[in-house]
Design a binder for this molecule. Structure first.
Ligand SMILES: [Fe+2]
Ligand SMILES: [Fe+2]
Length: 271
C-alpha cells in the first residue's frame, strides 16, 4: 500500500483563502482520472494474466491511484462546495471508456506496455511535483507531495518490470522511442480532455480539442525547467541511456522551450 491514507492528511490546516482557481480546474480533472484506475487494473491484469508475481503489484498500484483520486476529491469538497465529485465522475465514466477486453497489450508487447506505463508515471510524478511547488494551500501541497512520491515509485515498479521482460522481448531503441513519444502525445487524447470537461462542467457540447487545449493551458503553466529536467532524466533511464549530463541539459532546454511555445499558441487559441 501507499504508506499513507486519508487520515494522514492534516485536513485541519486547510486555508480556503489560499485556494487558486486555476489549480482547482486541473485538480477537478485529476481527481476523476485518478479515481478511474480500476479499468486500467483490469486491462493490465489481462495483459499480464500469467505473471503471478506482477498481478498483486498491479492491484496495489490500482489501489494507490484510487487513493489519489479520493484524497483530491476530499480536498475539493473543502475547496469548492459547488463541485459534486460523484456526479462529475458518473458523467466522465459514462462518456469515456478504455478497452479493457484487450488480450494483449495495445503497445504490441509487454515491454512496450511497461514502457508506456513508465511514461505515464513520469508525467504524473512531474505534474504533482509542479503543483506542490507552486501551491500555497498547505493541504493540497501535502497531498501532491505524497502523490508525487507514489508516482515515482510506480515509475520504478514499471521500469523494473520492463527490465525483466525486455530480456526475452527485444525491442530496438527506435521502437522504444516511438512508443514513448506516442504515449506522451496521447496526453492530448479524450481521457484528460473529457475529465476536464466533466470535472469543470464546461459550457456547450463536449469538444475534445477545445477541452484538451484548456486543460493544457492550465497544466503547462505549472512547469518549470527543473520539473522538465527531472522528467527527462527518468525517461532517458527508462529508455536505457546511461546518464549524460550535457545530453540531459540540451534535451531539457529543447522540451522546455517547446512547451513554452506550445503554451503561447494555446493561449492565443483559447483567448
Ligand atoms: Fe496517481
Ligand atoms: Fe501512478
Amino acid at each position: 500500500m501507499a504508506g499513507w491514507n486519508l487520515d494522514n492528511i492534516n485536513w485541519e490546516n486547510f486555508q480556503k483563502n489560499k485556494v487558486d482557481d486555476s489549480l482547482l480546474k486541473i485538480i477537478r480533472a485529476a481527481s476523476l482520472v485518478e479515481y478511474r484506475s480500476g479499468d486500467y487494473v483490469l486491462y493490465l491484469k489481462k495483459v499480464f494474466y500469467d505473471d503471478k508475481e506482477f498481478i498483486p503489484l498491479i492491484e496495489n498500484w490500482g489501489n494507490e491511484e484510487k487513493l489519489h483520486g479520493k484524497a483530491l476529491a476530499k480536498w475539493l469538497s473543502l475547496a469548492d462546495s459547488k463541485f459534486n465529485f460523484d456526479e462529475s465522475y458518473k458523467e466522465f465514466y459514462k462518456n469515456y471508456s478504455i478497452n479493457i477486453n484487450a488480450d494483449e497489450s495495445v503497445r504490441g508487447s509487454r515491454t512496450g506496455e511497461l514502457l508506456s506505463r513508465c511514461v505515464v508515471e513520469i508525467g504524473t510524478s512531474s505534474f504533482y511535483t509542479a503543483i506542490a511547488d507552486c501551491c500555497d494551500e498547505p493541504v493540497l501541497k501535502q497531498i501532491c507531495l505524497l502523490i508525487a512520491r507514489d508516482e515515482f515509485s510506480h515509475y520504478s515498479l514499471f521500469r523494473r518490470g520492463m527490465k525483466t521482460y525486455q530480456k526475452n522481448e527485444r525491442i530496438n531503441l527506435k521502437n522504444k522511442i516511438f512508443i514513448a513519444i506516442g504515449r506522451v502525445f496521447e496526453a492530448t487524447d479524450d481521457e484528460l480532455a473529457s475529465a476536464f470537461y466533466f470535472g469543470n462542467r464546461l459550457n456547450g457540447k463536449y469538444n475534445r480539442k477545445k477541452a484538451s487545449n484548456e486543460y493544457a493551458y492550465y497544466a503547462l503553466k505549472l512547469y518549470k525547467e527543473i520539473h522538465i529536467n527531472k522528467g527527462i532524466k527518468m525517461l532517458l533511464k527508462a529508455l536505457g541511456f546511461s546518464s549524460k549530463y550535457i545530453f540531459e541539459r540540451i534535451l531539457t532546454k529543447f522540451v522546455f522551450i517547446f512547451l513554452k511555445i506550445k503554451l503561447q499558441i494555446i493561449e492565443l487559441r483559447i483567448s
